[in-house]
Design a binder for this molecule. Structure first.
Ligand SMILES: [Zn+2]
Length: 286
């Protein structure tokens, strides 16, 4: 089951999150028919998105995470609504790019662009954090976002294990220094980071609970109850809104020309067809 396990460590000077998005990544990679390198980049973004989602306070809060490095994968978009995660990317079939025999995710995502996080917390204006990408590997970019936009020092590891059959495991570990933690915490975070290099293969052998115990068990860590990670798309209303926003005359002229208005949801690829009667109903409903 996909879940996020949070805890505090270093005598409450840092908090950590162990994130497993394996089944969500598997399902979305399949839905969007992603190539290995697109699947790897997407899985990392999904893990970061699961973390943002888990920190929203209310079930009515929403967020969007957009990673646009101007590389071959194009934009990667993760969003959360009513607690459910979803995502898509511009180029799900990006060509394999290898460096030293490994998938070069950073190279494929590129770093000539931004990471943008939009949070709709039910306030007058949404919160928008935009930071330039520093690497394209998404983990370093997310750490940079947390620091520059939210003032949080962190260590971020996002990892995936792929075979020819697809995603075997996907997830990550995020450790944040809490306010009041001294400078020495920066060194501790760097030290922790250097240990995460074998995370992807470890995820295939151990549960997230076991990995948490392995890395943090000796650091005065208290783990909390795991929180389930859910997925889903609530596009039905949104698609109606998109057609309404065309305006009645524009919608009618499309019907006149094509006989039908077709819209596909970017996230779940569900196809919506509005014929003349359905379109008229849409505008007379108000
Ligand atoms: Zn949808």
């Amino acid at each position: 089951m996909d879940r996020i396990i949070k805890g505090v460590c270093f005598d409450n000077k840092a908090r950590l999150a162990l994130i497993d998005v394996t089944s969500g990544a598997q399902a979305l990679v399949k839905t969007h028919d992603m190539s290995p390198i697109s699947a790897a980049a997407f899985s990392r973004a999904l893990t970061a998105g699961a973390y943002i989602n888990s920190n929203l306070k209310s079930v009515s809060d929403r967020f969007n995470l957009i990673i646009d490095g101007k590389g071959e994968t194009g934009r990667i978009c993760i969003a959360g609504e009513r607690g459910d995660l979803k995502g898509f990317m511009d180029v799900p079939a990006a060509a394999t790019k290898l460096t030293d025999g490994k998938l070069d995710v950073a190279g494929a995502v590129g770093h000539d662009g931004d990471m943008v996080v939009i949070k709709d917390l039910g306030l007058k204006e949404p919160y928008i954090g935009r930071v330039p990408l520093v690497s394209g590997n998404i983990a370093d970019d997310f750490a940079s976002y947390l620091f520059k936009s939210e003032g949080i020092r962190s260590a971020v590891a996002l990892s995936e294990y792929l075979t020819a059959d697809g995603v075997v495991k996907a997830g990550g570990i995020i450790v944040e220094a809490l306010p009041g933690a001294g400078e020495e915490m920066t060194f501790m975070l760097e030290d922790i980071m250097s240990n995460f290099s074998s995370l992807s293969s470890m995820m295939t052998e151990k549960s997230m609970e076991e990995i948490g115990e392995f890395y943090f068990g000796h650091l005065h860590t208290e783990f909390f109850e795991p929180e389930p990670i859910r997925y889903g798309c609530h596009c039905n209303e949104k698609i109606r809104g998109i057609i309404r926003s065309l305006g009645r005359s524009e919608a009618e002229s499309i019907i006149e020309e094509n006989g039908v208005i077709e819209v596909t949801c970017d996230y779940c690829l569900k196809k919506y067809r509005f014929d003349r009667a359905a379109t008229e109903a849409l505008f007379s409903d108000g």
